[in-house]
Ligand binder design. Structure first.
Ligand code: TRP
Ligand code: SF4
Length: 376
């Protein structure tokens, strides 16, 4: 049971102060413990792994590392709810998919959670389709996910074996158990949760390739779905033999005011389609870890840990560790002031956006050509 009356709401607005505590409460293992074994197998950890942004896992060793050791196929699956524009929080997940696809050769599945978007956000179907193609799939491709090696699908379009799995899962859990995990649940949310269970498990079915080893990289707010999935796998034994999935958990990048980064808070969220000048203005207004006056900051130094601009460097804009450390030290030491630092960040951001956006039109065409609109 989720300890200490502590619950994660995958549909709520989560702000986590203490990731270590959260990890311990839910029995999530520290990701750092599997990095040496990954290296031993000949793979450099990704930027997010080595910087601790990917802070936790379940069964990464037993499912993923063991799969690599045995030369078995591994699939990675995650999902996006098409409920708004694609932003830097989504990019964090995208970067992980690209790492697994390019560096580790894993098969990639991407669920477009249109059923969930309709059930819990009331996004009309046409709008969900448009956002899926023009925003999510297009940005994923423009970031470098190879469309030839990725299976994108709409939940509402996935086929009978997938739905059958959701239905089987529904028989293996009680309403009280679901409420213990999620709190109060509407029927729509119950359906969405069981549909997500089917997302996570269906690559194991022969109909979808029979990938027994599945890794699910998500933000930690999605862990309730993984706990539910794991229980259901155990209880399906005898009906259909499945393996518990592995999962990894990343920290949630904060919005530019320190609150949640979310499409519903556009002033504090940087979208990958923001015109450069809009993005620059957002950065210049961002909450930093700076002091009240320049004099004070020179004397006491800034606090990068509290700074949303530093978050952007750490998660996205400065891949080079020694360059990042340089900024960290100059901030701490009071040599770098926030005005100059924001100009540096804006320059890096604009350079990224211009390059990314120049690939977007072609990526949109590709997205349109590979994604059929849901048929009913
Ligand atoms: N619920 C996820 C979200 O809110 C989307 C999602 C749907 C998903 N199916 C999934 C995530 C399967 C991981 C695995 O964004
Ligand atoms: Fe943030 Fe840069 Fe200011 Fe330090 S100097 S608090 S990293 S904006």
């Amino acid at each position: 049971m989720a300890g200490e009356g502590f619950r994660l709401d995958p549909w709520g607005t989560l702000e986590v102060k203490d990731y270590d505590r959260l990890r311990r409460v839910f029995g999530i293992r520290p990701f750092a413990e599997v990095i040496p074994a990954l290296r031993e197998l000949g793979f450099e950890p990704s930027l997010h792994m080595r910087r601790g942004i990917l802070f936790g896992h379940r069964d990464f060793d037993r499912v993923v590392l063991e799969g690599i050791r045995r030369g078995e196929r591994v699939a990675v699956l995650t999902g996006f709810m098409p409920s708004g524009r694609f932003h830097f929080g989504h990019k964090l997940t995208a970067d992980q998919l690209i790492y697994y696809q390019r560096r580790l050769g894993f098969k990639v599945f991407v669920a477009i959670a249109d059923a969930e978007a309709f059930a819990v956000r009331r996004i009309p179907r046409g709008e969900a389709y448009r956002l899926a193609v023009e925003e999510y799939v297009a940005n994923l491709i423009a970031l470098g996910l190879d469309p030839d090696k990725t299976e994108f699908y709409f939940q509402t379009n996935r086929g009978p074996a997938y739905y059958r799995l959701a239905q089987l899962a529904s028989g293996k859990v009680t309403a009280a158990e679901m409420e213990a995990i999620y709190g109060d649940l509407s029927p729509a949310k119950m359906m969405a949760a069981l549909t997500q269970v089917a997302d996570i498990l269906h690559p194991q079915l022969d109909e979808y390739g029979g990938y027994k080893r599945v890794l699910v990289p998500v933000g930690v707010d999605q862990d309730p779905h993984l706990r539910l999935t794991r229980d259901i796998v155990d209880r399906l034994s005898g009906v259909v033999e499945l393996m518990r999935p592995a999962s990894t958990y990343h920290k949630l990048i904060r919005g530019l005011d320190g609150g949640k980064m979310s499409s519903s808070r556009p002033d504090y969220t940087i979208f990958l389609t923001d015109p450069p000048e809009v993005a620059r203005r957002k950065i210049m207004r961002a909450l930093t870890g700076g002091r009240a006056t320049a004099e004070e900051q020179r004397r006491l130094g800034g606090v990068p840990e509290a700074c949303t601009v530093y978050d952007l460097y750490l998660y996205h804009l400065i891949p080079d560790d020694s360059e990042l450390l340089g900024i960290y030290k100059r901030c701490r030491g009071g040599e770098l002031l926030c005005g100059e630092c924001k100009r540096i960040a804006a320059e890096k951001l604009l350079e990224f956006l211009e390059k990314h956006q120049s690939k977007l039109e072609e990526a949109r065409e590709t997205a349109r050509s590979i994604l059929e609109p849901p048929s009913f």
